[in-house]
Ligand binder design. Structure first.
Ligand code: FES
Length: 501
C-alpha cells in the first residue's frame, strides 16, 4: 500500500491508500480542500498541487494542461494523478473569507428559539458562514469555503454529482464543514458545542436537499418542482451534528430555484416592511431577486456563476488578506487596494466589479467587452478577457432577472423606491461601479443601498425571535416565483443586459 504524505502549512500526515487511488480522493478524504470547479474533468487546471514521488505516472491530460516547466517542478493535477507509489503532496492553506459582515441586526424584541445558545448558518454555494448568539448578544462568527465545490462550482454540477451516486459524500462533506464552523464559533465563546440548543440552517433549495441527502430528481429536471420546501424542524443528530440534541430549523423555500436563502434575505433586508415598491438583489453564485409591490411578493433566481464571489476568475480569490477589494482611477492612474494592507495576490468580488468599471472608464475594456491585453491592477494582479466575459454574463443574468420581475408585475424601474443590494460583498460593493457596469440600474442609483449578508441577518432574526418564523411562513406561502428558465422575456433581456453601456 503506497503512503501519501500530505503537507499543509506546518503540519504533515501520512496516509496509507490503495494502489491507483486518485490523489484528489486521498486528500479530500482527510478533510482538506482543493479547488475543483470542473469537478475533476481535467479542464479547469485549478486542482494543481506540488507532488514529489509520482514522476513516472504523469497522464496525457496533465501533459496537455501543464507547462513543461510546471511538470519539471512537480506540479500535478490532483484530479488526474493516481497514487502508484509513496509520494508527498503540498497543499496551500486556506483562510476563511470575510463574508459574515458586521453582525448588525435591526432592533426587535428577543424571543429566541433556544434556551442557552443558538447558531445561524448560511450554506452559500461558494461560502459558508455562521454566527453564535446567546440571548443578549453575538458571541462569535466564522466563515469557510464550501468544501462541496470539489463536486463543481455551481448548483447544477452538484445536482449532477448527486444524481451520479455522490449524494452521501455531498452530505457528509457539508455536515463536516458545518461541524467545523460550530466548533470554531463555540471556541471563540469558550463554550462546548453540546451547549448549543437551537440552530437555523439556510441555503438555496439545492443546498438544503444536499444537506439532508434527499434525492434531487425533482429539482434536476423540468418542470423543476421541489418535493421538499422545508420549513421544518430536525434534531442535530439527524444531520450528524456535534450538538445531537440541538433543535434545528430549516426555513421555507419557495421553489426549486428560490430557496430559504431568499426567504431569509427578504426578512433580513426588511423588504416587506414598507408601503413602497422595493427590490432586493442578493448577488452570489445564484442571483436571487425579490420585488415587493402593493403587499405582493415576487421572487426569482438566476445562475450568475461564482465571479462575484471572486471564484473562477483568472486571479480570483475570496475576500481575505491580499485580495484587491477596491480599484479606482485617480488622475488618470489606476489605483488598487488590497485587504490587510499587504501586496496584492488576487482579486475578490468587489474588486472585480471595480476593475471592470475602471477598465471601461479608461477605455481598456470596450463596450462589447473586448480587451486587447490584460488589465493590470497592481504589479502582479490583473483581469483578462475571460474574467470580463464571466462578469458580463453574471451581471447580465442578474439585471435581466430584475427586469423580468418588474415585467411580471407590469411596472418599470421608475416605480421602484428602494433597491437593496445584498450578498457576500458585505457592505463593500461600490454601488456607483455596480451601476457603471450594468449590474444595477443606473436610474436607481440614488435609492440603492448595500445591506450586507441579508440572508445571514435573516437567519439570525429567525433564531432570535420565533415570531419571525410565522411571519416568514405567511409571506412565502403567498409569494409568487417567476420561472426564468422558460421565460422568453428573460432570454431577450439577458442578451441585451450583457452589453456594457
Ligand atoms: S482540472 Fe478541474 S478539477 Fe482538476
Amino acid at each position: 500500500m503506497p503512503v501519501v504524505t500530505i503537507v499543509c502549512g506546518s503540519t504533515s500526515e501520512k496516509i496509507h491508500c490503495s494502489q491507483g487511488s486518485l490523489l484528489s480522493d486521498v486528500v479530500l478524504e482527510q478533510g482538506h480542500t482543493i479547488k475543483m470547479p470542473c469537478a475533476g474533468k481535467g479542464i479547469c487546471k485549478k486542482c494543481r498541487v506540488k507532488v514529489q514521488g509520482l514522476e513516472q505516472s504523469i497522464t496525457a491530460t496533465e501533459q496537455g494542461a501543464l507547462l513543461p516547466q510546471e511538470i519539471q517542478e512537480g506540479i500535478r493535477l490532483a484530479c488526474c494523478a493516481t497514487v502508484t507509489e509513496d509520494c508527498t503532496v503540498w497543499l496551500a492553506q486556506e483562510k476563511a473569507a470575510q463574508i459574515c459582515g458586521e453582525g448588525e441586526l435591526p432592533d426587535f424584541e428577543k424571543s429566541p428559539i433556544f434556551q442557552n445558545y443558538g447558531i445561524a448558518i448560511d450554506i452559500g454555494t461558494t461560502t459558508l458562514a455562521a454566527r453564535l448568539y446567546n440571548k443578549d448578544m453575538l458571541l462569535g462568527q466564522s466563515t469557510q469555503v464550501n468544501p462541496q465545490r470539489v463536486f463543481g462550482a455551481d448548483v447544477i454540477s452538484r445536482i449532477e454529482a448527486s444524481l451520479n451516486g455522490k449524494a452521501p459524500q455531498l452530505a457528509s462533506t457539508i455536515r463536516t464543514a458545518i461541524n467545523q464552523l460550530i466548533e470554531d464559533v463555540c471556541g471563540q465563546a469558550n463554550i462546548s458545542p453540546q451547549q448549543v440548543d437551537g440552530m437555523v440552517i439556510m441555503g438555496n433549495t439545492a443546498m438544503l436537499y444536499l444537506l439532508c441527502q434527499y434525492p434531487v430528481d425533482s429539482i434536476a429536471k423540468a418542470p423543476f418542482r421541489s418535493e421538499h420546501l422545508f420549513d421544518c424542524w430536525l434534531q442535530g443528530k439527524d444531520l450528524d451534528l456535534i450538538c445531537p440534541h440541538c433543535r434545528v430549523y430549516l426555513p421555507p423555500c419557495m421553489g426549486a430555484f428560490v430557496g430559504a436563502d431568499t426567504t431569509a434575505a427578504i426578512l433580513g433586508s426588511s423588504l416587506c416592511e414598507s408601503q413602497d415598491t422595493q427590490l432586493l438583489v442578493d448577488i452570489g453564485t445564484n442571483g436571487e431577486m425579490a420585488l415587493w409591490q402593493q403587499d405582493k411578493l415576487l421572487c426569482c433566481s438566476t445562475a450568475a456563476g461564482p465571479a462575484f464571489e471572486g471564484v473562477g476568475l483568472w486571479m480570483g480569490m475570496e475576500a481575505k488578506e491580499g485580495a484587491i477589494d477596491h480599484v479606482e482611477v485617480k488622475q488618470g492612474a489606476v489605483v488598487s487596494h488590497a485587504l490587510g494592507g499587504i501586496e496584492a495576490v488576487g482579486l475578490c468580488g468587489s474588486g472585480a466589479v471595480d476593475a471592470v468599471a475602471c477598465g471601461l472608464q479608461v477605455g481598456i475594456i470596450e463596450e462589447s467587452s473586448y480587451m486587447e491585453d490584460v488589465f493590470w491592477l497592481s504589479e502582479k494582479v490583473g483581469i483578462n478577457q475571460k474574467d470580463v466575459r464571466m462578469i458580463q454574463l453574471a451581471k447580465g443574468a442578474i439585471f435581466a432577472g430584475m427586469e423580468s420581475l418588474l415585467e411580471d408585475a407590469k411596472v418599470d424601474f421608475s416605480a421602484v423606491k428602494a433597491v437593496k443590494a445584498a450578498g457576500g460583498f458585505g457592505n463593500y460593493l461600490n454601488l456607483q461601479n455596480a451601476a457603471a457596469i450594468g449590474l444595477l440600474p443606473k436610474e436607481l442609483l440614488p435609492v440603492s443601498v448595500c445591506v450586507g449578508n441579508a440572508a445571514l441577518t435573516g437567519a439570525s432574526m429567525l433564531l432570535l425571535n420565533e415570531h419571525f418564523i410565522k411571519k416568514m411562513q405567511a409571506l412565502t406561502s403567498s409569494a409568487k416565483c417567476v420561472d426564468l428558465a422558460a421565460n422568453p422575456f428573460f432570454q431577450d433581456a439577458f442578451v441585451e443586459a450583457m452589453l456594457f453601456e
